[in-house]
Ligand binder design. Structure first.
Ligand SMILES: Cc1cc2nc3c(=O)[nH]c(=O)nc-3n(C[C@H](O)[C@H](O)[C@H](O)COP(=O)(O)OP(=O)(O)OC[C@H]3O[C@@H](n4cnc5c(N)ncnc54)[C@H](O)[C@@H]3O)c2cc1C
Ligand code: SF4
Ligand code: SF4
Length: 405
């Protein structure tokens, strides 16, 4: 019930989402990000952090905080700040094929590089030392951006590199999960110089981060020993594409998206993802997502198609960038409205509505909960109706009681 007053309490309460800010602010020798026994990236306390550094982390830590800019006139309680909604794909056909959905996110990054508005992109790519895992990467060419395209459904800690990048002197577009970008945005408030180093914050809709154990399960079903993995892609090379592994001896095996994400990876999510109040990247300048086609019953069709991304412009600078992408034809776009978006993304449309009931269940079980603003979450919960709220309350109650045993 009490507040989370230290980084150790955030870790102990299992609410950390592994953004990496701890390492960046307190130092790699103090709070390095490493895999824990459950397969998630977490800060490991090597030394007591400096109290000022710890306070700075706790003010921005997404395990503790969330921010809904309700006063913003373009704010939508379900989708966050929205200046424009589009369906889009990269005009570069190779990028469209290789990327996660339509390659829109990477095309936007390439536009920023070619226009000279940034010097490089800071994002996430495969770790050569752990091909199922992630590492933070700097891409300073369109080729490198394309190489690091594609969603990687395993832990990433992009904010771990922030302090180093600030000293680097170049201007970066920062790509991260919504929780990473929310923490970066919170830093911006206490650091007025932040945007001169990171002029663009880009994110995507997020269903949750699976533990690295999820990828290991895929490998085991594909009967590939981890030591034999040369390359591992979670999806892409098609839309949605397959999870595919290439071995050192040149064999390739793959698994459908509905099996890999729908039945394996999404069973390995961290607690913070179950109570995520902002899985659509409300603090980003631009967010991208899967622009699923609809079947005859208006449900998302996860079959293979040519890639298509949803692109939402949230801020003035994000919208101006999208206009440039449209006018130089790096993105091929058509407008959509919120009703169409809700059909393509039914899970995300309901997500925020279920957080309030889950927080209540956690509190009733005596678990520590984040300091999220409750009023907007209660407003969102009212839209879900009684049955959905009772179900999500019950689900979290069972989970919370089990975790106390
Ligand atoms: C963990 C995760 C969960 C997701 N859940 C959903 C969802 O529920 N609904 C939905 O519509 N879309 C979801 N997405 C986003 C979706 O998979 C696509 O990224 C999005 O549609 C944009 O596609 P694109 O082709 O435009 O992006 P691309 O051009 O392929 O670019 C993807 C970018 O994401 C970065 N990236 C990849 N993996 C990670 C990671 N683990 N952490 C941080 N950055 C990363 C890459 O570095 C790259 O810059 C999720 C993505 C991830 C990584
Ligand atoms: S969520 Fe980020 S800032 Fe918070 S404890 Fe975890 S790594 Fe640190
Ligand atoms: S669901 Fe939310 S908490 Fe989980 S990784 Fe995505 S943005 Fe972060």
């Amino acid at each position: 019930m009490s507040k989370l007053n230290s980084i150790q309490e955030v870790i102990d309460s299992n609410l950390c989402c592994g953004c990496g800010l701890c390492e960046s602010v307190a130092g790699r020798n103090v709070l390095p990000m490493k895999y824990d026994s459950s397969g998630f990236l977490r800060p490991h306390v090597q030394q007591e952090p400096d109290p000022n550094a710890e306070q700075l982390v706790l003010q921005a830590c997404p395990a503790v905080n969330a921010n809904f800019p309700l006063e913003n006139e373009i704010y939508d309680l379900t989708w966050g700040p929205v200046r424009s909604m589009r369906l889009a794909y990269a005009s570069d056909a190779a990028l469209r094929l290789k990327a996660s959905s339509g390659g829109a996110l990477s095309a936007i990054l390439c536009q920023l590089l070619s226009g000279g508005e940034i010097d490089a992109v800071f994002h996430v790519g495969a770790d050569p030392n752990l091909p199922i895992g992630n590492q933070n990467v700097i891409s300073d060419s369109a080729h490198a951006v394309a190489d690091n395209s594609g969603s990687r459904y395993c832990p990433s800690a992009p904010l771990a590199g922030l302090s180093r990048l600030r000293r680097d002197g170049r201007r970066f577009a920062l790509v991260g999960k919504p929780c990473d970008i929310a923490a970066a945005h919170a830093l911006e408030i206490s650091d007025p110089d932040f945007r001169s180093h990171f002029p663009y914050l880009i994110s995507f809709f997020c269903g949750g981060i699976p533990s690295i154990a999820g990828a290991r399960r895929i490998l085991s079903e594909l009967e590939v020993p981890e030591s034999d993995v040369a390359e591992f892609r979670y999806r892409g090379n098609g839309w949605p594409g397959k999870a595919s592994v290439s071995t050192k001896s040149g064999v390739t095996r793959s698994m459908s998206y509905s099996r890999s994400w729908g039945e394996i990876l999404n069973r390995h999510l961290q607690l913070r993802c179950k109570i995520c109040p902002d899985s659509t990247g409300e603090s980003a300048d631009i967010v991208c997502a899967d622009g699923w086609h609809l079947d005859e019953n208006d449900n998302p069709d996860f079959g293979e198609h040519e890639g298509r991304s949803i692109v939402i412009g949230r801020t003035e600078r994000g919208e101006a960038l999208l206009e440039r992408c449209v006018s130089d034809c790096s993105l091929i776009c058509e407008p959509i409205d919120a009703a169409h978006l809700a059909k393509m993304q039914p899970f995300q449309a309901k997500r925020k509505q279920l957080v309030f009931s889950r927080l209540v269940a956690m509190k009733l079980c005596g678990l520590k909960t984040p300091d999220f603003p409750l009023r907007p979450l209660l407003r969102a919960a009212r839209r879900a109706g009684l049955i959905a709220n009772l179900r999500s309350f019950g689900g979290m109650l069972v989970r919370a009681l089990r975790s106390r045993r």
